[in-house]
Design a protein. Structure first.
Lengths: 646, 697
């Protein structure tokens, strides 16, 4: 019996372990990949790669991960990051043509260069330290100079203007950071299949970097488990958004170009990443709902959706979803294989035109004034055509208003005078109290911290344009703060315009599958847009100036000390007496001159010719000297003559 | 200069002490020597100054691309026939449109731009811009002050298209400007649109752009400069307030203005007239207001590409009348002979250049000096300089008539290739233009004289002034000591005070005369320029009489009792001229150079005429004659007339006053510092010289 029991115990242990594993599998780490393709109205194609990696809340002792990148989890644990986003962007998002009011653009339209923000779960006093350490860690992880964000002059702590209300938020951006494949490679290393398999295999570097816009983003957030003893889970979201121009042979300019995955990327998808829970390709077509009838039940109708008079798809979609402004075709790439690669193509048959939904106000920012002394920054908000149709209008005191948040960091060398803030609405100057609902200003300190401006505008709904201008003085940099070579100017990071009462989301009529990409689209996201980076030419000193200064200073010093010593050392009375006595027994003028000359050459004071012999000697010396000079001159002339003759 | 001044002081101390027996230090000795022989040295220095100016064409260096990043001509041109046919189509469309329609060609151009994929907008502006305000000299470009009573009768409409660099960050832009008169622009002008249209078609699809491209078609109905200046004002300092101008016409331009970052460089392209030569001619204009020049590298790049890649004949403006002048030819021959002689002595001495080259060089140099000295921009590029943007105007003259289709294709291709290469070079730049020279004079499109060389002439010219002033002061003091007439003789060091009073009074008068035109402009009613100039002349001369009458000792006609010693007066005058010239050389070097050429000999040679007439010696009579001639030439109006004659604009007749007024008006409208120089340095010094000439001593 005992033996039976003894033999049972290991079995029981094993069983309980198996149960635990089976139970845990529901909470296991998950990875999913997706690719969204979207033709844009200006004959370009947007490709949005989306990878999500979830690490469930686990026991803090177990630090082993199956799929989740260890580097990131260590980062989260070490610096206690609650939420973080890092983006590398090249090129500008075209809000007019590529949209500004959908989740895709509000999340993936990023400012040029590197942008990083993070919320920490540490006491207030340690936030800055954590931020600094985080920047260094990320800098090493992504081969980028993110560590420049460590300096307190380059980051800010937005309170409410950024959209996330937290006092442990830090935000910084590096507009000058060049983004290239060396940043993409470490980013890909975080994926379980890297770029060897699955959707990420499409990322052919030349075609990805040939695009008009390129933004790689890494967003991570921790999920509190709520249970005792369990740590927090991490959700890592990695996206790459590229806007590509399909090669086109047709000369017709209003015809949309036809494309396929292989023509866009030069590669095809051969099977999904085996570690991925789901791997889908989506094709989003905007503005195509009007043509189709409501019911998609019948096979023919469904077929019509992807093969009709306007366009046809090369593959049959697995599902078709409808949302308020267009269609979404879903393809599952699990079926593809080496022999039958997944190569989705879109073939346009008729010219078609549509427009993207735009943010209520379109923002542009520019510098005013000329010269190296002062200037002004102006932010211009223009109403877009789609403004009237948008939801999110608010009625305050019976007036319809649009709210707009402006968040702007000023580097310290831009010394902003906040009292010069002027607001014009529809070409009429308004007082602050009329349109400004909230404002938060933290002035910059020279060489210590950057300035920050957050303001909330409340504009009437029928606004056509609004302009904000603020004046500044250009500061002087210390000599070692200049870049080593001549520079084109200094950057002012992008301003962020967000609309707190407007939220973008895709509203699907059907129930969704559990795709992370679609669920993230379905979430309401704040409508935001970044303005362009500005270039401020500062006074650049002539760096050869130190040399000039040194020479001039030395000359002045020499003159000053020389004359001072002269004054101190010389006894003028004696000299005069000496000269008088000299004048008494005047010798020949030429002789005197030669005497002085030899004295000068020898560096001795003039000896009084007390006797005849030194005078004779001196005259002898001088004749010798003259002889020498003549000899040397003759030799030089002869040398010159002979050398040139040859 | 500092040493000389110190010499002067020390030397004065010595003379005052009267202990001349003791030999002073060598440097002081040198000073005394120079001052004692100042007549000889002043002649030598002035002659050397003039000579240094004359040999400048010999010293010109070949230009070279200083900034390595520019790499002009290293990339293969990507222009295709498709682009050219796009450009040709645009020109044809414009021609047809203007034949058949009345109205705005701007829309046609705007349509073309937007078809290319550019962002297009229209801008309305007012033709009148520059107005004289005495306090606005040297201040930056005006902030946009819109007049309230804007009439819709006359306004221009600019079209601009922006190509965004595909992968660029939008921080910088390159501007292309083609002025075009939409109402009565000729066929040649339309060709410039063709070239830029061709280029635009290419730039819209290239991927190498790192800076945005702005193409501005400026409405040149009201001159070339004004539309560009208006556009730049709107670009840099817009008014957010409501303006009536926006409501004019059917075109709604409100809130459509777009920008593209800081401007890196600007190119203005114009096509006019037929080339006189066998090749297509390209003229480069670079002078902006107050003699400011764009970076030499920009000219170098254009010149390099035009000559070595596209086979244009490149030229810069020159004074044509100098080419045929015999005296210059003789000088050139002398220099050639000297150069040959030097070459035989030492084969390494190769400074001699052929006479023809010398003539060309001097004519170009003279024009370069004149345009810089005038301080008026030579084209629409001048508007960019106010915003620290390097810009030049390229004026292309094709060798074929404008309706020749076959030639037109080739012309468009080459013109667009030239612009493409230049834009590509500027596009390469990671920093601002900084590497090459900003202070230079051109003697040919590929030769320049840098500031270090051309300064010598001016330095030599003005070097004689302090010397002569010191020597005259010593003479004057001696004379005063001898005569017991002067009650102030007791205060030895205050001898110059009377003279200084007079000099100051006349300078004050000069200032008032300078400001008078502003008040004359305020006089209600329409007046012709000649009337205005007469008003100015009469007020000025009556003011002068009042000055002479009220301030004792100021007038040359006052009694001898009050009159100061002419030597002291001349000494102070020369000092004032010296200070004025040195100050001007900092502001606008070319003006100071030309001013010194006129003022220095006059100041040096002038002497009271009465003793000369009395003495009846040939030497003194000659001196008096010379000073009379120089003073006649030195009168600003006379100077204007001579310069007109020299530049081949025909001798002016009775309307001289009117034309002079218009000329001055243009000077102050362009904020030229030359105007201030004429009024506040040249005129007072000239008057003082006149006082010395008629001094009753």
């Amino acid at each position: 019996m005992a033996s039976l029991v003894r033999s049972w115990i290991p079995l029981l242990i094993l069983q309980s372990f198996l149960v635990a594993v089976a139970f845990g599998s529901k909470e296991a780490e998950q990875f999913s990949e997706a690719l969204l393709l979207k033709p844009l109205p200006d004959r370009k194609v947007l490709a949005h790669f989306h990878f999500e990696n979830r690490a469930p809340p686990s026991n803090s002792h177990g630090r082993h991960h199956h799929l989740f990148p260890k580097a990131i989890s260590q980062l989260v644990q070490k610096f206690r990051v609650k939420e973080m986003e890092l983006s590398f962007t090249q090129g500008r998002w075209n809000h007019e043509h590529w949209g500004g009011f959908d989740p895709l653009s509000s999340m993936n339209a990023k400012p040029v260069g590197v942008e990083l923000w993070a919320v920490f779960d540490v006491p207030q006093s340690q936030v800055d330290t954590s931020w600094k350490n985080l920047t260094h860690a990320l800098s090493g992880l992504f081969c980028a100079s993110i560590n420049f964000l460590e300096s307190s002059t380059s980051y800010a702590a937005p309170t409410w203007g950024f959209g996330t209300n937290s006092d442990k938020l830090r935000y910084g951006s590096l507009p000058r950071e060049a983004v290239c494949t060396e940043n993409l490679t470490p980013w890909l290393k975080l994926l379980p299949c890297r770029d060897k398999d699955g959707i990420s295999a499409l990322m052919n570097r030349p075609s990805v970097y040939r695009g008009f816009y390129h933004s790689q983003r890494l967003h991570l957030s921790t999920v509190e488990s709520g249970q005792e003893g369990l740590g927090s889970g991490i959700v890592l979201e990695q996206t790459l958004t590229v806007v590509l121009q399909p090669e086109t042979t047709s000369v017709e300019t209003n015809m949309q170009p036809s494309w396929s995955l292989s023509s866009l990327f030069g590669r095809k998808v051969v099977g999904s990443c085996v570690l991925a829970k789901s791997s889908n390709v989506y094709l989003q077509l905007e503005g195509r709902l009007g043509h189709e009838s409501k019911n998609v039940d019948t096979e023919i109708e469904a077929h019509k959706l992807w093969k009709n008079a306007d366009f046809d798809l090369s593959l049959k979609p697995d599902r078709v979803l409808r949302e308020s402004s267009g269609l979404l075709f879903i393809f599952d790439i699990d079926k593809s294989s080496d022999s039958e690669p997944f190569d989705l193509g879109l073939n346009w048959k008729l010219p078609s035109k549509w427009s993207c939904q735009q943010a209520p106000l379109q923002a542009s920012r520019f510098l005013m004034g000329s010269g190296n002394e002062r200037g002004a920054i102006a932010i211009l908000l223009k109403a877009t055509e789609s403004q009237e149709k948008l939801p999110g209008r608010e009625l305050t005191d019976g007036r319809c208003t649009i709210k707009a948040n402006i968040f702007q960091i000023f580097p310290w060398y831009i010394k902003v005078y906040y009292h010069t803030l002027q607001i014009f609405v529809d070409q009429q100057q308004k007082t602050d109290s009329e349109v400004l609902k909230k404002i938060n200003v933290s002035p910059s300190t020279d060489k210590v911290s950057s300035g920050m401006l957050e303001m909330m505008l409340e504009l009437p709904c029928e606004v056509k344009s609004a302009a904000i201008s603020i004046e500044y003085d250009k500061g002087f940099l210390h000599i070692d703060e200049y870049p080593p070579d001549a520079n084109q100017g200094f950057d002012i990071p992008s301003a962020l315009i967000s609309f707190p009462s407007h939220h973008a989301s895709l509203d699907f009529q059907e129930e969704l599958s559990k795709s992370p990409l679609l669920s993230s689209f379905k979430e309401k996201s704040l409508v935001r847009s970044y303005t362009e980076v500005l270039l401020v030419p500062l006074t650049t000193p002539d760096f050869s100036m130190p040399y000039n200064v040194i020479t001039i200073t030395c000359t002045i010093f020499a003159l000053y000390f020389g004359s001072l010593l002269n004054v101190l050392r010389r006894r003028i009375g004696e000299e005069e007496r000496f000269l008088k006595s000299q004048a008494g027994k005047k010798t020949g003028g030429v002789k005197q001159l030669l005497l002085r000359l030899t004295a000068k050459i020898r560096g001795r004071p003039i000896e009084a010719p007390s006797s005849e012999s030194p005078a004779a000697e001196s005259s002898f010396l001088s004749t010798k000297l003259i002889f020498k000079i003549i000899l040397i001159a003759g030799a030089a002339a002869a040398w010159q003559y002979f050398s040139t003759d040859k | 200069m500092a040493t000389e001044k110190r010499d002067k002081e020390e030397e004065e101390v010595k003379t005052d002490d009267g202990s001349l027996k003791i030999k002073p230090r060598p440097i002081v000795q040198l000073g005394i020597f120079l001052v004692a022989h100042s007549p000889v040295f002043s002649v030598v220095f002035s002659a050397a100054g003039v000579l240094a100016l004359l040999i400048l064409p010999l010293l010109a260096k070949n230009t070279y691309i200083s900034e390595n990043a520019l790499m002009p001509g290293s990339a293969r041109s990507m222009l295709s026939n498709r682009d050219v046919s796009d450009g040709s189509k645009l020109v044809k469309d414009i021609k047809n449109y203007r034949l058949n329609h009345e109205g705005q060609v701007q829309k046609l151009i705007g349509k073309y731009m937007s078809e290319m994929g550019a962002e297009v907008y229209y801008q309305k502006f007012h033709p009148e811009g520059n107005q004289f305000h005495p306090l606005h000299f040297f201040s930056g470009p005006d902030s946009y002050t819109l007049l309230d009573n804007v009439s819709c009768a006359s306004y221009g409409v600019n079209v601009a298209g922006i190509i965004r660099a595909p992968r660029g960050d939008g921080k910088e832009s390159i501007v292309l400007v083609t002025p075009y008169d939409f109402i009565n622009g000729g066929d040649y002008e339309a060709l410039s649109l063709g070239i830029t249209g061709t280029l635009f078609s290419l730039l819209a699809r290239v991927t190498w752009l790192s800076k945005d491209i702005i193409w501005l078609v400026a409405d040149s109905r009201y001159g070339d400069y004004r539309p560009v200046a208006a556009w730049l004002t709107e670009y840099h300092s817009p008014s957010f307030k409501d303006s009536d101008l926006l409501k004019c016409g059917e075109l709604n331009t409100a809130d459509k203005f777009r920008r593209a970052g800081t401007m890196a460089a600007a190119l203005v392209l114009k096509v006019d007239g037929r080339s006189e030569r066998f090749e297509d001619t390209l003229s480069i204009y670079a002078e902006a207001s107050n003699g400011q020049m764009p970076n030499l590298d920009l000219i170098n790049v254009v010149n390099y590409l035009a000559v070595h890649r596209q086979g244009f004949y490149v030229k810069v403006e020159k004074v044509v009348s100098l080419l045929s002048s015999s005296w210059l030819k003789i000088i050139g021959e002398i220099f050639e002979a000297v150069g040959k002689l030097a070459h035989t002595l030492n084969p390494d001495w190769n400074f001699g250049i052929p006479t023809a080259d010398y003539l060309e060089g001097s004519a170009t140099l003279a024009s370069s000096l004149y345009s810089q000295a005038l301080g008026i921009p030579t084209g629409p590029h001048g508007a960019f300089r106010d915003y620290q943007v390097d810009a030049i105007t390229l004026k292309v003259s094709p060798r074929f008539p404008p309706d020749s289709k076959t030639r037109q294709h080739d012309f468009f291709l080459r013109g667009a290739k030239l612009l493409e290469g230049t834009i590509r070079s500027v596009n390469n730049l990671l920093e601002k233009f900084h590497q090459s020279f900003f202070l230079y004079l051109l003697t040919s499109p590929s030769k320049f004289i840098s500031v270090g060389v051309y300064m010598i002439a001016f330095a030599l010219l003005v070097a004689s002034l302090p010397m002569v002033a010191a020597s005259l002061y010593i003479d004057g003091c001696k004379a005063l000591n001898n005569s017991t007439l002067n009650p102030a003789g007791n205060f030895k060091s205050w001898k110059w005070l009377d003279a200084a009073k007079q000099v100051f009074a006349l300078h004050l008068f000069g200032l008032i005369v300078t400001l008078l035109p502003y008040f004359i402009c305020q006089v209600p009613g329409q007046h012709s320029p000649s009337n205005r100039s007469i008003m100015w002349g009469t007020t000025s001369s009556s003011l002068l009489l009042i000055t002479f009458a009220t301030i004792p000792g100021c007038s040359p006609f006052s009694s001898r009792r009050h009159g100061t010693n002419w030597a002291v007066l001349k000494s102070v005058t020369i000092s004032a001229a010296f200070i004025g010239l040195c100050l001007m050389s900092i502001i606008n070097f070319a003006t100071a150079e030309i001013g010194a050429l006129l003022l220095v000999p006059t100041c040096l040679i002038v002497q009271p005429i009465k003793p000369a007439l009395r003495s009846r010696r040939i030497k003194s009579l000659l001196g008096a004659f010379c000073s009379m001639v120089l003073l006649t030439i030195g009168f600003p109006v006379m100077l204007f007339a001579i310069s007109k004659g020299l530049f081949g604009e025909g001798l002016v007749g009775l309307s001289l006053g009117g034309e002079f007024w218009t000329w001055l008006e243009s000077l102050w409208a362009w904020k030229s510092a030359t105007y201030l120089y004429i009024g506040m340095v040249h005129l007072p010094c000239w008057l003082l010289c006149l006082c010395i000439l008629f001094h009753p001593s």
